[in-house]
Design a protein around this ligand. Structure first.
Ligand code: NDP
Length: 361
């Protein structure tokens, strides 16, 4: 059994949905709510995470950490955040003395994930870190080490692993209802990115471009849908807008080889729409389409089964699952090792693009 699948079997409570949670007799339903501080009040915090935190059962939005003073009164008014729970990036270490805050959720551009995750861990707070985890394997390891050293939990913002139809596909990797997995297709991308030039998403050194920003979706999907770790990659970029994408890739195409001859054909883009996960097996197939949207992830199997469970809010479910892992002291669903494994593939992809050759992972 692989590391990934063994972990999934062990997840038990933490892996169940907050709404459908079946707790064993010895596990009391937590009464306490985890206090969350969002760090970086950009689009994702504003549009998905803060609204999601209004729907959660086991955690709530209690604090903010921001470099934009003008956002403070807006957020305080909207979410009733107390003055004592407002921090700048400079005052962040003071959060160590604030018992209202249990978790710092790092939602900045990727090149800052390591810096702020380390500061949060050093302050003794649990760390939730957005995807992609960091810029390099070394940075990912530094985050893992800091969380271990400070005895705090670390969860990645891989919301899809909390989504019920995706969880069915993850279970199929374990139970193999259609026989041995032969081939995976994983594609995630959206059309529309093209500036402004100073946007961090247009600069690979800050975590921009297709491979970093969107590539971890197909990479993570190949790993969770097979339960295997890739052995080798061949990757190339296709630049749809070369005059605009001067510092980052707009589309990346890559093939992964897994143990047992399993192949994954992948693509990711910030200039092309694509949203499909398909797994071909010895005796059938299954797919999710869309595979990574904020809602409406759904799919089907070769024998006509619909993968069409619904949940109210993916991010709310993710944060409740992660809060329960803290309250019950169980394993988190998307740990640092999961984020690191994806960045290892990103690093190998960059090497393959540079050399034009297959690269061992
Ligand atoms: P935005 O650019 O909209 O916001 C980023 C925020 O980070 C800024 O508003 C700012 O907040 C803060 N920040 C701090 N330092 C900087 C800096 N030097 N440059 C720019 N911003 C800075 O990005 P998103 O909210 O879309 O993305 C943030 C993170 O969330 C990324 O890692 C991204 O990959 C991830 N994400 C995950 C998604 C998912 O589905 N899991 C979806 C979308 C994003 P402030 O003004 O408060 O300081």
């Amino acid at each position: 059994m692989t590391h990934l699948s063994r972990r999934r079997l062990l997840q038990g409570i933490a892996g169940a949905s907050a709404s459908s949670l079946i707790l064993p007799a010895w596990a009391a339903k937590p009464k306490k709510k985890i206090g969350v501080a969002l760090l970086g009040l950009g689009g994702y915090s504003r549009d998905l995470l803060a609204p999601g935190l209004q729907l959660t059962e086991y955690c709530e939005l209690r604090g903010i950490v921001t470099g934009s003073p003008e956002k403070i009164p807006v957020w305080q008014k909207k979410y009733g955040i107390a003055d004592k729970n407002v921090y700048s990036y400079e005052t962040l270490p003071e959060i160590a003395d604030n018992p209202d805050i249990d978790v710092v959720y790092v939602v900045t551009p990727t090149f800052l994930h390591k810096k702020f995750s380390l500061m949060a861990a050093e302050a003794g707070k649990h760390v939730w870190c957005e995807k992609p985890m960091a810029m390099t394997v070394g940075e990912c390891q530094a985050i893992i080490d800091a969380c271990n050293k400070n005895k705090v939990k670390l969860s990645l913002g891989y919301r899809l692993q909390h989504e019920p139809n995706t969880q069915t596909v993850i279970q199929f990797a374990e139970t193999k209802p259609y026989g041995a997995i032969k081939k995976v297709k994983a594609e995630a991308g959206y059309a529309g990115r093209g500036g402004p030039a100073d946007d961090w998403r247009m600069d690979r050194s800050k975590g921009g471009g297709a491979l970093y920003d969107m590539g971890v979706y197909p990479i993570n999907a190949t790993r969770y849908s097979t339960g295997l770790e890739p052995l080798a990659i061949t990757a190339r970029f296709e630049n749809d807008l070369p005059k605009i994408f001067t510092k980052a890739d707009s589309t990346a195409i890559f093939d992964l080889e897994f143990p047992g001859g399993v192949i994954a054909n992948c693509a990711t883009s910030v200039t092309r729409n694509m949203n499909h996960l398909r797994v071909d097996c010895e005796k059938g197939w299954y797919e999710l389409q869309p595979m990574q949207s904020y809602n409406g992830v759904k799919g089907q199997t070769s024998d006509g089964k619909k993968l069409d469970k619904t949940i109210a809010h993916q991010q709310a479910k993710q944060m409740d699952d992660d809060a329960l892992a803290i309250l019950n002291d169980t394993e988190v669903m998307a740990p640092g090792s999961d984020g690191l494994a994806d960045i290892r593939v990103v690093e190998a992809a960059l090497k393959s693009v540079e050399t034009g050759k297959q690269v061992k992972i």
